[in-house]
Design a protein around this ligand. Sequence first.
Ligand SMILES: CC(=O)N[C@H]1[C@@H](OP(=O)(O)OP(=O)(O)OC[C@H]2O[C@@H](n3ccc(=O)[nH]c3=O)[C@H](O)[C@@H]2O)O[C@H](CO)[C@@H](O)[C@@H]1O
Ligand SMILES: C=C(OP(=O)(O)O)C(=O)O
Length: 512
Amino acid sequence: MTDVTDTNEHLTRVGGLVRSARQHQGLTQAQLAERLGTSQSAVHRIEQGAQNISLDMLTRIGAALDSELVTIGPRHSHLRVHGGQQLSGRIDVNSSKNGAVALLCASLLNRGTTRLRHVARIVEVDRIVEVLRSIGVRATWSPDGHDLEIQVPDRLDLASIDVDAARRTRSIIMFLGPLLGLQREFALPYAGGCDLGTRTAEPHLIALRPFELNVTTTGGFYQAQVGEAQARDLSIVLTERGDTVTENTIMAAARRSGVTTIRNASSNYMVQDLCFYLELLGVRIDGIGTTTLRVHGVPDIVADVEYTVSEDPVEAMSLLTAGIVTGSEITVGRVPIEFMEIELATLAEMSLKFTVSDEYLADNGRTRLADVTVHPSELRAPADKIHPMPFPGLNIDNLPFFTVIAACAQGHTLIHDWVYDGRAIHLTDLTRLGADVRLLDPHRLDVQGPTRWSGAEVSCPPALRPAVVILLAMLAAKGTSVLRDVDIIARGYEQLQERLVSLGAQIETFRD
Ligand SMILES: CC(=O)N[C@H]1[C@@H](OP(=O)(O)OP(=O)(O)OC[C@H]2O[C@@H](n3ccc(=O)[nH]c3=O)[C@H](O)[C@@H]2O)O[C@H](CO)[C@@H](O)[C@@H]1O
Ligand SMILES: C=C(OP(=O)(O)O)C(=O)O
């Protein structure tokens, strides 16, 4: 029997740990309560040691505060998958990670209130929100947890930036563009992210130099200094057609007087999301959807606006893949169809049977959506290699899903990932499940199908898309598989496991 005094002592100690972890994160009790979906008085009682607290609540507090202090007991989540089941039903695509992080960074440009609707509840978003809060931005989730209201203070407190949260995301690099119009000097921690090989910041620094931004790198920080702007109109040629570099340049251009022409711009989905939001703020942008953008800057932006983040083509690809590799008939609703055209054309070449509904508009009033139904099909390898290209090519983040699809198809497929030198290697983990996937060099995979999948235990690769690819292969593999340390999946997917279960997948979470 547990001694009552012991229990009280433990509760008081746990309460103290929660309080100090909360204060370390710079959160009020009300803000922590909001993250936990509970009341401020409940948080107060927990911190006083006056509330019995379940293991589940402790785990949630640990996640909300990103603190090991209160991650009592289980630290790593794993999935047990009973594969080989057909899926059925309909599942809708969520809003995108990459759109959300760009919009969160862009909200720094607005001195009015930005309300972002349908923001995915994913770790990548949480990290940027934590960074924003640490520098004094008010970011408040709506009671239903879907919408985020953002108010930027008159002065940002950059000295208090949450270095830990910032270092865990590459998207922090997108603070450079908005901040250079707001501060003469600032320091940002180096950007981190998935293990995908080298990804430099050089194209960003080159693109932002004409805005008089000078960056030196010391002590793990980008030290930024902004000089006096010279020319009224600027013309910038990007050395790479990258997504975040384009976004950074657009954001730098949005708050300067004069017109900035950006050539070799990415016109990918997240860039379009950003442009649509900036238009609401009164920034005119010519050429949205093309590779030449003309941004008519507005030096002081004060607007109360509401913008709905658009649907995620990469999640659409992930969900369609779940149906394809399990030989199922499922409907994936709200697919941003313009950003999936090459993917669908490639799948048609591989003999996938699918139907596409009439198009309709997303809640942002701009993005075209459709529902895509995949049918069980005898797949065959495409005649040519599959490779990504900047939009309107096959999306770089969708390429990994073609590896597991190719493994289900008859014949040899060459997958050529020229973009990342460290992503293809993670896909060789598919061999653990019976696939014949050979790494020809860091950029090319030879996949021989079809595969007789078999269940296995695999450690989750430290990269978001490969991790999901392995999970989807486990759905195809008859028998029981275990995917260990799956926390990385929550960086980009909201409740993926639960949503796959709603289609009939048999997946359980367990902890050490
Ligand atoms: C938050 C966000 O939006 N992240 C996306 C963004 O990251 P992000 O914009 O940060 O991508 P990077 O700038 O790192 O580019 C990815 C890689 O592609 C190379 N590269 C890119 C463009 C180009 O014209 N030439 C070239 O060589 C880069 O050198 C780098 O090795 O774009 C990537 C490529 O679409 C996606 O995988 C990421 O999901
Ligand atoms: C590479 C990805 O994203 P990030 O740029 O956030 O690392 C991804 O979404 O697959």
